[in-house]
Design a protein around this ligand. Sequence first.
Ligand code: 3H9
Length: 676
Amino acid sequence: MTDPITTAKDGSVLVITSNNPPVNALGAAVRQGLAAAVEQGLADPDVTAMVIACAGRTFFAGADISEFGKPMQEPMLPTLVDQIEAADKPIVAAIHGTALGGGCEVALGCHYRIAVSSAKLGLPEVKLGILPGAGGTQRLPRVAGVEVALELATKGASIPATRAQAAGLVDRLAGEDSLLADAVAFARDVADTRPLPRASEKPMTVEPGVFDTFRAANAKRFRGYDAPAEIIDVIEATAALPYVEGVQRERQSFMKLIMGVQSAAQRHIFFAERKASKIDDVPEDTTLRPIKRVGVIGAGTMGGGISMNFLSAGIPVTIVEMKQEALDRGAGVMRKNYEASAAKGRLKPEQVEQAMGLLTPTLDFDALGECDLIIEAVYEEMGVKKDIFTRLDGIAKPGAILASNTSYLDINEIASVTKRRGDVVGMHFFSPANVMKLLEVVRGDATAPDVLATVMDLAKKIRKVAVVAGVCYGFIGNRMLIPRQMEAMKLLHEGATPAQVDKVHVDFGMPMGPFQMADLAGVDIGWHRDPSRIENIRDALAAENRWGQKTGAGFYDYDEKRTPSPSPRVTEIIDDFRAKTNTPQHEITDEEVVERTLYTMVNEGARILEEGKAQRASDIDVVWIYGYGWPPYRGGPMFWADTVGLKTIVAGLEKHGFEVSKLLRDKAEKGERFNK
Ligand code: 3H9
């Protein structure tokens, strides 16, 4: 392996360059090289200042996450950053791309920081369930203030260089194409400055009440997570301490978090998300089909949301509806959504116009003939979908990708009506489609490899996390939802209340429980619409117009602000149903709720794997994290099952008489895990 660190003299300035693709992670070789290069600069009497820069697409994007959990090689990152800061010649960090985590900490150890304005800086460690462990909790609040430090370190978001400059984290902005030259000039300017500005020597200034205010303002967001609370505690506890003591406390907390299950889960998701984009039998260098214009059929909630993804990415969209009113309504909703984002400051007003300017609403189905990808987003009925695909087959240009947004139906059957089955694929977006990050890419038996590769690539462009699923009822996510919802309903029959079942799920970390979800989605979904036919509690609710939030009543009663409260009428309906069906009652414990609603999901996930409908267990985890709000700190259902222990899962399933998937049973017997 070639040495990732090189040095070169520009007059009296030593330029230290890291070249460790893809993201200049601070692995052992980089740390060793940097330490040696700084030594070299200090030892050389001709060197008066140094610049630390990175080649390739970015400044150091952090510690090398793949080294975590393995024995670490010297020098450790905190030691290296201290060494940089202690140097008695000025060191300038020259930042482009993303200076993240350990990368930002290296920059903070440097005496000066210069950045191109497109650069971003941040401390995303919290997203990996840890905290900045190379002095970040100590230097950032000293340099940029406690509030900025809390914001960056607990939320993991990065800030643009311009904002970083305003906060004092960046000293100078460089020309976009002249970073190195500007950094060297900066180094020359400050070569004689003494004393050198050292972040660790500054005091931390704390406004009274800042920590409690921050905790209270973010309580909901941080619920369930260990790392954000720990970060706030560390900064608060060390604010009045000297740096050396503060950094010791940082170290203790770092070690505690990194050994914990939450961090293991969140690191698992980091790599799982990236692995999900790879399809085992589709080479990475597959030639992609060009996608210059996208067609969307249906301007309802789904079609509109789907269109917005492409418009926001600068890809023109032709949207087709059957009636002018529906078309106008759809376009109106999209505009309103964009304007709402602009009002919140997330978009500039001109970006709203730019996006909407790329939209062509039309009643003319044939206009789809010029599209490279056409996504059907009409209602879930096989007959309707087949009609649409038959028509598409007649008008789409050769090589166009024909996608269905179906959430359950058989892509092979849909494809069978075309003479181009290889061009047909499922693109299952999640509602609201312009917000939710997941995209299930459903691979039909005949879907061509380049179609899959193109859709996976496009998913990245529209900032989705894509996971490949095979054809089966409900694919990965909705298929696993079925046993959960069924068991939740049975639990009601047998003695539980909606609030009890939902609470177990919310306490687990889900955004909502099965009944809250039913109320949000609509209790009437899939209902036969015959009020006299009451076969289950759901039918009974639907018959009384208790369709969920939209009618102000469902499994819960809702006030005008949509705040739920337990419903006496629902209790009566449930009691009535229990009596009529003579269902034996028993006391339902929270443990039983977990075993019957969550273990069953794991069981279904194992079947999906067994049948080859998901490529890997970690793909299933990604689906649940990004599509259904499974708490990232539990790593997804399959990772969570590993932490519970597969033997325990099997025993729990057997206790309630469930048929256990063969794969799950085999793994449990062999003492294996789903995720290595
Ligand atoms: C830390 O710094 C701890 C310290 O405070 C204390 C230590 C004591 N390490 O995302 P991409 C890989 S914790 C190892 O597709 P993009 C990634 O797996 C760290 N590998 O690119 C992928 O591999 P593959 C804090 C890493 O352009 C490839 O690089 N830092 C790391 O869409 C390309 O990645 C972070 O958490 C890493 N740190 O996005 C930043 N980073 O090709 C994490 C990436 O085999 N990284 N890889 O699948 C990111 O957020 C994004 O990668 C970044 C680029 C925005 C940089």
